[in-house]
Design a binder for this molecule. Structure first.
Ligand SMILES: *[C@@H]1O[C@H](CO)[C@@H](O)[C@H](O)[C@H]1NC(C)=O
Ligand SMILES: *[C@@H]1O[C@H](CO)[C@@H](O)[C@H](O)[C@H]1NC(C)=O
Ligand SMILES: *[C@@H]1O[C@H](CO)[C@@H](O)[C@H](O)[C@H]1NC(C)=O
Ligand SMILES: *[C@@H]1O[C@H](CO)[C@@H](O)[C@H](O)[C@H]1NC(C)=O
Ligand SMILES: *[C@@H]1O[C@H](CO)[C@@H](O)[C@H](O)[C@H]1NC(C)=O
Ligand SMILES: *[C@@H]1O[C@H](CO)[C@@H](O)[C@H](O)[C@H]1NC(C)=O
Length: 654
């Protein structure tokens, strides 16, 4: 039960094979890949109105309660409310599925909603219905990060929070979103690397701050209140899900103080200090022997003490059960509950704190004052979100509704984000952009050629599955031999890279390499290899193959990925994305144990280090790499640092 899925909503997929598109002069070819995404309409009985507290019109008596008085500051209001609650009622406010408190006019509230790259129904707090069948699906974060564009990060955050408020208003979403994922993409095999802004702590910090501010900041400039609450996760040193028998529920990340300070912690620190984030979520793994959700130094000491979080600390979903049953960090569920609360945890995604806090107090393992602290932090957050301000029809975002979800502007932004992120890795002179007039037929081949689902982060033809183990090779070659140009859409999907799925190899899956080289040699015109993936792939063979004239990396480009790709292929947009992570050769995956957290090299063990900051070995493509159609930039690599300087001071890099 984990909060992080990349899908926004389910799509109907049909397997399809190779297709050739006959083009007339005006129709721009890949627009077939525009793929109007049709959601399966789920008929969820929805109430069409939001949950809230302090409905003074319905319950005039509430006017006497300070907690309902929105003219008072939130501390005063939260204190007032906590004083009125019974211990049992307080305990109901320690879990994501917060109980209603009918006698005080407080509706139930589900804290768990997700907005990684658009609103998702992964969390229990958000549902799609026939009123709102789906939300805008922006590119998966790794591709957006490749734009190195803070303005874009923030603009997407803002669009997502507008859709969130629109869905809240019709009872389909909460106000607290457990996004972004700001873990460092340390190892190329990590299945969730796609959810992150990549391997660089600076880029990840910039992304975190911009996305969080885009989500949280209100248009009326009221700094004390939030549009929606964001959450930086997973704190900390979490970047391995399931590799060769090591899983996140049992893993103890051994991290040096130096790596902690200059790699794993900076995004979280920036998120709290500069992003003013509403929440930090502790992870499943242990760090240096302790589960993060039960580590007083990591939570109380650093997040609260040093960084002064103005918000709540949440656990990952069922983290407390993981502490008990996988880490065996304590003998009883009561001890685990007490450890987490005493360490500084405020909210539990799951039910452990609902079930065990009372007995933990009775056993003297935790004081009620600690519960009061946690409940206050949670309630203050809901107050800053307007949940206690009475009927939302009187509040700032009330005019938003289903018409504000998937607007043409947001769909265009999804396309723009994909365009800005897509990275041109190879381009033989004269290959791309294609000139529509000269291309009468274009073959689109590969398991991801019609990948409506894979594009969203987590489908598929030349082969009928992503492994390409049933290759319709002869047909593919025949098509390639006659088409004016070939686009091979290859790479991975969520059966290969996903939450709970780390890779073993970083080569192209199954028989894809064979398909690529055979089709390339049979083709008469330019061959454009398009790779969908979260992590890098060892594609040295394709890089060297002179029949493959261009290579593009498109991450998982979101709902408008096909259109954005067409924009680039046909020269309507000059590619400018740069890799936010190092692409290593396959030998790296054979040599390095994913459980080795050391960022720096170790001569004694032969550990080659991780990321462009420390790894000096062979790369397939380095961090920051990306070409463009304009001649100066296709030969000069703009280093990421200079890129930031350019954006901040408006100077052009010479
Ligand atoms: C691509 O997939 C869509 C949706 O599944 C389907 O309707 C369409 O026929 C497919 N296109 C081709 C050319 O196979
Ligand atoms: C959790 O939420 C569901 C659906 O909203 C509700 O039916 C259930 O009673 C809640 N559970 C608790 C323990 O509050
Ligand atoms: C950054 O993104 C914004 C929003 O899409 C766009 O207007 C701007 O041109 C982009 N900046 C650069 C340098 O590409
Ligand atoms: C509870 O509070 C009392 C008084 O401050 C303190 O002595 C005791 O150690 C606390 N118990 C726990 C489990 O923290
Ligand atoms: C990924 O590929 C596998 C194997 O070809 C296929 O079964 C699965 O449906 C695909 N998943 C998605 C999300 O496209
Ligand atoms: C990839 O992984 C499998 C084990 O899962 C292994 O048998 C195979 O040799 C590996 N190497 C390559 C280059 O595919």
């Amino acid at each position: 039960m984990s909060p992080l899925k990349t899908f926004v909503f389910p799509f109907i997929i049909r397997s399809s094979s190779i297709f050739v598109m006959a083009l007339n002069s005006r129709v721009l070819a890949l627009s077939i890949l525009l793929l109007v995404l049709s959601s399966q309409r789920k008929h969820v009985a929805s109430q069409n109105s939001p949950n809230f507290a302090c409905d003074l019109d319905q319950n005039p008596i509430l006017k006497n309660y300070a907690f309902c008085d929105s003219s008072l500051n939130v501390k005063t209001r939260a204190n007032d409310l906590v004083k009125r609650l019974t211990l049992e009622e307080k305990i109901g406010y320690l879990v994501n599925n917060a109980s209603s408190i009918d006698r005080l006019g407080i509706a139930e509230y589900n804290w768990w909603s997700e907005a990684l790259h658009g609103l998702s129904n992964t969390g229990r707090g958000t549902k799609f219905s026939n009123l709102v069948p789906g939300a805008t699906s922006f590119p998966q974060v790794i591709l957006t990060a490749a734009s190195f564009n803070k303005t874009l990060f923030k603009t997407i955050g803002k669009a997502v929070s507008t859709e969130a408020r629109a869905m809240y208003n019709v009872g389909l979403a909460g106000l607290t979103f457990w996004s972004p994922n700001v873990n460092i993409f340390r190892d190329p095999r990590w299945g969730r690397g796609q959810e992150t802004p990549g391997e660089d702590p600076t880029l990840t910090s910039k992304y975190a701050v911009a996305y969080v501010r885009g989500l949280q900041e209100r248009d009326d400039g009221d700094k004390n209140r939030l549009k929606v609450g964001a959450c930086c996760k997973h704190y900390t040193a979490y970047d391995m899900d399931n590799w060769k028998g090591n899983d996140r529920y049992h893993f103890d990340a051994e991290v040096t103080q130096q790596d902690m300070e200059d790699t794993f912690q900076p995004p979280f620190k920036s998120c709290v200090l500069d992003g003013n984030v509403a929440s930090v979520m502790c992870s499943y793994n242990k760090v240096n022997g302790k589960p993060t959700c039960g580590d007083p130094n990591l939570l109380k000491g650093i997040i609260r003490g040093q960084w002064n979080l103005n918000g709540y600390i949440s656990s990952d979903c069922d983290s407390l059960d993981v502490m008990l049953n996988s880490h065996h960090s304590a003998k009883t569920a009561e001890e685990v509950a007490a450890d987490a609360l005493n360490s500084g945890l405020d909210l539990n995604c799951g039910d452990s704190l609902r079930l065990h806090t009372l007995n933990a107090i009775k056993a003297g393992l935790v004081n009620e004052s600690v519960v009061d602290r946690a409940v206050s932090n949670n309630i203050e957050m809901l107050m800053r979100l307007g949940f206690f301000d009475g009927n939302p029809t009187k509040q700032i975002y009330w005019t938003l509704g289903p018409k504000d979800v998937c607007t043409p502007a947001n769909q265009e932004l999804a396309r723009e984000a994909a365009r800005q992120g897509i990275v041109l890795l190879k381009n033989k002179l004269g290959s791309l952009p294609l000139v529509p007039k000269t291309i009468k037929s274009l073959a689109v081949i590969g398991p991801n050629a019609n990948a409506t689902r894979a594009m969203l982060g987590g489908n598929y033809a030349g082969c009928n599955n992503v492994e390409c183990d049933i290759v319709q090779l002869d047909e593919a070659k025949k098509v390639a031999a006659t088409a004016d140009a070939v686009v091979l859409v290859m790479g991975s999907n969520s059966s290969i890279e996903d939450e709970t799925i780390d890779r073993i190899n970083i080569t192209l899956p199954g028989q894809q390499s064979a398909l690529i080289s055979e089709v390339a040699s049979a083709s008469k015109g330019p061959v454009i290899l398009v790779l969908m993936s979260g992590g890098g792939m060892d594609i040295r063979a394709a890089k060297k193959n002179s029949k493959i004239t261009s290579i593009l990396w498109v991450g998982f480009p979101g709902e408008a990925g096909g259109a954005a790709l067409a924009d680039i292929v046909f020269g309507r947009f000059n590619p400018s994305g740069r890799l936010p992570m190092t692409w290593y050769p396959q030998s790296f995956a054979e040599k390095v144990s994913m459980t080795n957290m050391n960022m720096r090299p170790d001569l004694a063990t032969g550990h080659p280090a991780y990321t462009y900051r420390f790894y000096k070995g062979e790369t397939v493509y380095p961090f920051g790499f990306g070409l463009s159609y304009s001649s100066h930039a296709s030969t000069v690599m703009i280093k990421p640092k200079e890129e930031w300087i350019k954006q901040e001071h408006g100077n052009l890099v010479p």
